[in-house]
Design a protein around this ligand. Structure first.
Ligand SMILES: NC(=O)c1ccc[n+]([C@@H]2O[C@H](COP(=O)([O-])OP(=O)(O)OC[C@H]3O[C@@H](n4cnc5c(N)ncnc54)[C@H](O)[C@@H]3O)[C@@H](O)[C@H]2O)c1
Length: 255
């Protein structure tokens, strides 16, 4: 058990894509703080497995199944969550996808689909949940972007455009809602060894290059390594911090 932030106890934290990957490390971390955690995800099997694990430790964790790209359903779910579980105090927009495309071969549908998940649902959750935060006298919004914004590998042009959009959104939205004591920050993970990354992208050669040439710290980043930074940005420990991007990538990007 790491640091306990007393103010996170009883806070309602909503995380998109909270059932797996980085979310699979962040959800239990908030549950262990005594927060009420709501996961929005399309993967019911992973969510139920995580729910069971968190509840066995006494966690107050809830799951709503939704495809975050289906706006009408997402809006209805966000209204239900607030009615059933109360105002959301901490919003973590996290679900995202990083397909590789050669830009000249990419279709408009592929471009639009990527923006629907990586950007549009961030906007919808903010639009629907900020009024409740205003009434509650404040809140913390954390938007997951990526250190790729600085590294900018080829074939990730569209993905990087979505992640740049999030940094832009954070910078303006923080000004828009700061008067209500709502803080808005971005968190830029490095290459996190999630199940999907290990399955689809990472080879022993890539890992060796990561350690020996790319990261300053020769360590594998795990979802559990990311969780403390989300806790910090959610808690009053970061009370004066807004409009920032925290890069958590073992020193890879020259951010
Ligand atoms: N893993 C990395 O190395 C890395 C690096 C930098 C940034 N990021 C960012 O971190 C965030 C999380 O990435 P991850 O690696 O944990 O991804 P992941 O694919 O491992 O997990 C994503 C979660 O979101 C859910 N999800 C995906 N699409 C959804 C949809 N349409 N509707 C509902 N739920 C959906 C999945 O079911 C899963 O639980 C993303 O925004 C990603 O761009 C990841």
């Amino acid at each position: 058990m790491g640091v306990i932030y007393d103010d996170l106890k009883g806070k309602h934290v909503l995380i998109t894509g909270g059932a797996g990957g980085i979310g699979g490390g962040v959800t239990p971390a908030f549950a262990r703080q005594g927060s009420r955690v709501t996961i929005l995800d399309k993967d019911a099997a992973s969510a139920h497995a995580l729910l069971e694990k968190c509840r066995a430790e006494g966690g107050d964790v809830h799951f709503y199944q939704v495809d975050l790209t289906e706006t009408e359903h997402l809006v209805a779910v966000l209204q239900r969550v607030q009615q059933e579980l109360g105002t959301v105090n901490v919003l973590i927009n996290n679900a995202g996808y990083d397909p590789r495309y050669n830009l000249v071969e990419m279709s408009e549908t592929q471009w639009d689909d990527l923006f629907k998940l990586n950007v549009r649902h961030y906007f919808i959750t903010c639009r629907e949940l900020i009024p409740g935060m205003i009434k509650a006298g404040g809140g913390s919004i954390i938007m997951t972007t990526s250190h790729q914004f600085w590294i900018a590998f080829p074939n990730l042009t569209a993905y990087n455009a979505t992640k740049a959009a999030i940094i832009g959104m954070v910078r303006s939205l923080a000004r828009e809602v700061g008067q209500h004591f709502i803080r808005v920050n971005a968190l830029a993970p490095g290459w996190v060894m999630t199940e999907r990354q290990l399955r689809e992208m990472v080879t022993p050669e890539i890992q060796a290059k990561l350690f020996n040439e790319q990261q300053i710290l020769p360590m594998y980043l795990t979802p559990e390594d990311l969780a403390p930074s989300y806790l910090f940005l959610a808690s009053d420990a970061s009370k004066p911090i807004t409009r920032q991007t925290l890069v958590v990538d073992a020193g890879f990007a020259m951010a």
